[in-house]
Design a protein around this ligand. Structure first.
Ligand SMILES: C[S@@+](CC[C@H](N)C(=O)[O-])C[C@H]1O[C@@H](n2cnc3c(N)ncnc32)[C@H](O)[C@@H]1O
Length: 299
């Protein structure tokens, strides 16, 4: 996510909060407790300078629930009485910025190099199924972009290959949007017109992904920081895990990336975000260069 986008999100949050009843500011001790709670359950680390952001994001939930303080909210969150709240809490603390064709060089590499290489190997092994995972997919734009490129560029060359794309995220609300496949103009702003025309039903200012693309993709809730859940994710040929590692500290990056490595088949690839690197995080992968992007290969 660009600094500009983050600033815009912070501005929006500020504007919204200015019309909600104001809470006392969060004590440093409580900030540290909530930060630890977030870190232990998600791997996301709120730096000291993100205290205001956390306050403003939780303020909406506090007002909505009619609570009086951050303390009261945190007590409710931790109590087993309201497990539902955890769902809204994750929504409040995550940043879900995404859009179609966010990383075109990765999509090009996938269609022109990575999948032909993987398919060739599968065919030699008399296998015909490719599994791709969009991990931390937010509202699904990345997973559908992958499906569109495959349908357009890979399927015609390898008609017998079966493709399964799975999108997962920790936030329930974004997964609901992903499942619906219905988007606003903002999400499609970067999509090449050819793909927009070919794969969307356009109705006024809503853009619905066509059924032939929807049927290639399924979505579910998954916390990348949950080792038990991560063990259920295996046998993937390609994993996209973009623009989420930036919210983790080094220890959680190491843990998540090591689990992603285990989820990949030999010869499989991991793609991360433009501004992310595995330097100092994992030496297990080989670095493979493609035009304007790189991939991490499990040899
Ligand atoms: C900025 S979005 C990136 C979306 C997409 N991958 C992209 O690059 O456009 C980051 C997403 O990571 C999700 N996320 C954050 N922590 C997570 C965790 N521990 N497990 C799964 N998803 C997480 C957030 O809910 C959010 O939707």
């Amino acid at each position: 996510m660009s600094q500009y986008t983050e600033l815009k999100i912070q501005d929006l949050t500020k504007n919204l909060n200015s019309i909600l009843p104001k809470q006392e500011s969060m004590s440093l001790q409580l900030f540290q407790e909530i930060r630890k709670y977030i870190y232990d359950s998600t791997g996301i680390y709120f730096q000291d300078n993100k205290k205001y952001l956390l306050e403003s994001r939780l303020q909406r939930r506090i007002s909505f629930l009619g609570l009086k303080s951050y303390e009261e909210y945190f007590k409710l969150l931790k109590s087993n009485k309201n497990t539902e709240e955890k769902k809204y809490f994750y929504e409040a603390i995550t940043i879900n910025e995404t859009f179609f064709f966010r990383n075109q060089p990765q999509l090009d590499a996938l269609a022109s190099k990575v999948l032909p290489e993987i398919i060739q190997k599968k065919l030699e092994q008399k296998k015909n199924k490719i599994r791709i995972w969009s991990a931390a997919c937010s509202s699904g734009e990345e997973a559908y972009s992958i499906a569109m490129v495959i349908d357009d560029l890979v399927k015609p060359k390898y008609p017998d290959i079966e493709v399964e794309i799975i999108g997962t995220d920790i936030s329930v609300a974004v997964i609901e949007t992903a499942k619906s496949g219905v988007y606003k103009e903002y999400s499609v702003r970067n999509i090449p017109p050819y793909y927009l025309k070919k794969y969307f039903v356009i109705n006024g200012n809503t853009f619905e992904v066509k059924p032939e693309i929807k049927k290639l993709v399924s979505f579910s809730i998954l916390n990348l920081y949950d080792d038990i859940m991560m063990k259920t994710m295996f046998n993937f040929d390609v994993i996209f895990c973009a623009n989420v590692l930036i919210y983790f500290d080094n220890a959680s990056k190491i843990k998540v990336v090591s689990n992603l490595y285990n989820s990949l088949n030999r010869g499989g690839y991991l793609f991360i975000g433009y501004s992310e690197t595995l330097q100092g995080i994992s030496k297990a992968f080989s670095l493979v260069s493609f035009p304007k992007t790189i991939g991490y290969k499990k040899e």
